[in-house]
Every structure is written in structure tokens, then in C-alpha cells.
Design a protein around this ligand. Structure first.
Ligand SMILES: [Fe+2]
Length: 135
């Protein structure tokens, strides 16, 4: 998964955090694809989980600061993603790495993130720029 300009939401803090988040998803993918040991995979999953929580909380604080009108809805979407990551973590702990897990990371996490950033987070970025008088 790659961060490109097309994924920019027009806010440096959010963009930089998205790059880091994508990196951590990639670390999970790499650990799965190269069939690194269980320990390594659990470690990268923990990094992904921790950073997801940090990023969402920072993004939610920004939304509050700039009184984003769809704050509650957006927060709920974040909670759904955290659930998906938790679900994945549970699956890995139970089953180890298998094709269905790799598909889950690729389809569910990667697609979800690209979709969320390009739709929902762009609206947040635009709102912030409007409030700041940048657009
Ligand atoms: Fe978001």
C-alpha cells in the first residue's frame, strides 16, 4: 500500500500520520507474506493497533477543535476500524497466518483505509482549511 498525493487531505499533521499508518499496515503485510514468526507478527500487529488508536484520537481532537459537523459519525467509523484490527489480531492469535488472514489485511484493512482517507478524511481536511480561511 502506498501513500500518494491523491490521498492527501490537505492537512500536514493528518497526512503525515496517514503515511505512518500505511507504513504499519505494510509492516504487517510484509511480516505475513514473508511468513515471519508468530512473535514478529504479533509485534507488528501491536504497533499497528497502538498507532491506529493514537491517530484516530489525534484526528478526533482536530475535528473537535475545528468543530467538524459530522464528528460523531466519523468517530463511529473509526471505532469500526479499531474493531476490524482487533478482529484480525484475534484471528492471528487463534489461527496463525494463513491465506484468509492475508486476504483480510489486503481487502479489509487496505481497502478500508484507502476508502476512508479518500472520502471521509478529505472532508475533514477541507473543513479545517475552510475554518482556517485557507480555501
Ligand atoms: Fe478518519
Amino acid at each position: 500500500m502506498k501513500w500518494t498525493k491523491a490521498l492527501s487531505v490537505g492537512n500536514e499533521i493528518i497526512d503525515n500520520q496517514h503515511k505512518e499508518l500505511i507504513q504499519r499496515v505494510n509492516d504487517v503485510l510484509e511480516a505475513c507474506n514473508k511468513q515471519k514468526g508468530k512473535e514478529k507478527i504479533e509485534e507488528v500487529m501491536k504497533f499497528l493497533k497502538d498507532y491506529t488508536v493514537k491517530h484516530f484520537s489525534d484526528e478526533e481532537n482536530l475535528m473537535k477543535k475545528y468543530q467538524y459537523p459530522s464528528y460523531e459519525e466519523h468517530k463511529k467509523i473509526h471505532e469500526d476500524f479499531v474493531k476490524k484490527v482487533d478482529e484480525l489480531d484475534e484471528k492471528i492469535k487463534k489461527e496463525g497466518i494463513n491465506l484468509s488472514i492475508i486476504m483480510f489485511v489486503n481487502k479489509t484493512l487496505v481497502d478500508w483505509l484507502i476508502n476512508h482517507i479518500s472520502k471521509e478524511d478529505k472532508k475533514v481536511g477541507e473543513h479545517i482549511r475552510k475554518v482556517k480561511g485557507e480555501i
